[in-house]
Design a protein around this ligand. Structure first.
Ligand code: ATP
Ligand code: MG
Length: 317
C-alpha cells in the first residue's frame, strides 16, 4: 500500500528537505518506488534532486490549481532514483491565488477545500505507482503546509534538539490536532527525527530525553548526525548516498529508511491481524487501526501519541 508522508516543521532549516531527499534516495536503494512532491516555493527539494527548477514550465503549482495532472508534471531524478514533482517561486503566489480562486469573494475555507480536492485527486491518480510519496513542506504553518498535512497519511517531523524546538513542536502538534479534528481525521504522526545531532552537546541530550519522554515509540531510534556530506550534497544536486555512500550522513539515512520500512511492515501486520475474517460473525468489527494507533471510533485513544502535549493543569509551587 502507498504511504503518503508529509515532512513538516514550521521551523526553518531543521532538515526537512535534507530528510526528504536522502530518505527518498535510501528507500530507492531498498528497491522501493518513491515520489517526492516539492511543496515549498524555495524549490530546495527540486534543486537538491538535480532538477533545474527555473527550467520547469509546469510545476506543483499547476497541480494545486487543478490545471494539470501529476503524471504530466513529474520528472525523474537521475541522481536520486525517485520521481519528483518540482516547485519553484511561482508557488509563492499560490497562497494568495488559492484564496482568490475561482471568484474573488470565495472564502478561505472554500479555497482550501478546492485546493485539497485537487491535490488529493492528483495524488490518488498516481498513488498506485509508488510505495512512498513524500511531501516536502515549507517552513510555515501556511496553506501549503495545511495542504500537505491534509493530503498525507502521516507526518514526519525533523527537528534539531535545541531549546526552542520543543516550543515549536507544541505549535505543530496543535495544528496536527486541528487538522485531525476538521480536515483529515486519519492523519498520524509517522515519527519524530532528531537531525544535526551532536551527542557532545548537553542541551541536545536533554532535549532528546524530553522528546523520548513525550513521544516514546514515535521518536525514531535513528538519529541524523551533523555531517558535512549532507550539507554539500545539495550543491551538486545529489543525495549524500550518491555523493559518498559511506559517509556518516548517507549511512544514517539508510538506517532511517530501514526503520521506516520496519515500522510500515509492523503496521501492515497489525492491520492484517485485526482485519475481520471474510465469513466472520455478525458482530460489528473493531475499527481497523490505520497505523498501529486506533484511527477512528476511539477519539480518546487516537490522540494518545499527542497526549503529553495536551494543556497541562497549572502546577502548584
Ligand atoms: P527550510 O525550512 O528552509 O525548508 P529545511 O527544514 O528543509 O529548511 P534543510 O534545507 O534540509 O532544512 O537544511 C538546512 C541546512 O542545514 C541546509 O544547508 C542543509 O544542507 C543543512 N543540513 C541539514 N541537515 C544536515 C546535517 N545532518 N548535517 C549537516 N548539515 C545539514
Ligand atoms: Mg526545506
Amino acid at each position: 500500500m502507498t504511504r503518503i508522508i508529509a515532512v513538516a516543521n514550521q521551523k526553518g532549516g531543521v532538515g526537512k528537505t535534507t530528510t526528504t531527499v536522502n530518505l527518498a534516495a535510501s528507500l530507492v536503494a531498498m528497491k522501493r518506488k518513491v515520489l517526492v512532491i516539492d511543496l515549498d516555493p524555495q524549490g530546495n527539494a527540486t534543486t537538491g534532486s538535480g532538477i533545474d527548477k527555473r527550467a520547469r514550465k509546469r510545476t506543483v503549482y499547476h497541480v494545486l490549481l487543478g490545471e494539470t495532472d501529476i503524471a504530466d508534471v513529474r520528472v525523474h531524478s537521475e541522481t536520486g532514483g525517485f520521481d519528483l514533482v518540482p516547485a519553484n517561486r511561482e508557488l509563492a503566489g499560490a497562497e494568495v491565488e488559492l484564496v482568490d480562486l475561482p471568484e474573488r469573494e470565495m472564502r478561505l475555507k472554500d479555497a482550501l477545500a478546492e485546493a485539497l480536492r485537487q491535490m488529493r485527486a492528483a495524488i490518488d491518480a498516481i498513488a498506485g505507482d509508488y510505495d512512498f510519496i513524500f511531501l516536502d513542506c515549507p517552513p510555515s504553518l501556511s496553506l501549503l503546509t495545511l495542504n500537505g498535512l491534509c493530503a498525507a497519511d502521516s507526518v514526519l517531523i525533523p527537528m534539531q534538539c535545541e531549546y526552542y524546538a520543543l516550543e515549536g513542536l507544541s505549535d505543530l502538534v496543535q495544528t496536527i490536532k486541528k487538522v485531525r479534528a476538521h480536515l483529515n481525521p486519519t492523519l498520524e504522526i509517522e515519527g519524530l527525527l532528531r537531525t544535526m545531532y551532536d551527542p557532545r552537546n548537553t542541551l541536545a541530550l536533554n532535549v532528546a530525553a524530553e522528546l523520548e519522554r513525550h513521544f516514546g515509540e514515535r521518536l525514531y531510534r535513528t538519529v541524523i548526525p551533523r555531517n558535512v556530506r549532507l550539507a554539500e550534497a545539495p550543491s551538486h544536486g545529489v543525495p549524500a548516498l550518491t555523493l559518498e555512500a559511506k559517509s556518516k550522513g548517507a549511512l544514517a539515512y539508510l538506517a532511517l529508511a530501514g526503520e521506516v520500512v520496519r515500522r510500515m511492515e509492523a503496521r501492515d501486520r497489525a492491520h492484517a491481524a485485526v482485519a475481520p475474517e471474510p465469513a466472520a460473525t455478525e458482530q460489528p468489527s473493531a475499527p481497523v487501526p490505520h497505523d498501529g494507533l486506533p484511527a477512528s471510533g476511539a477519539p480518546e485513544q487516537s490522540t494518545a501519541a499527542l497526549e503529553p502535549f495536551r494543556d497541562q493543569p497549572e502546577q502548584s509551587p
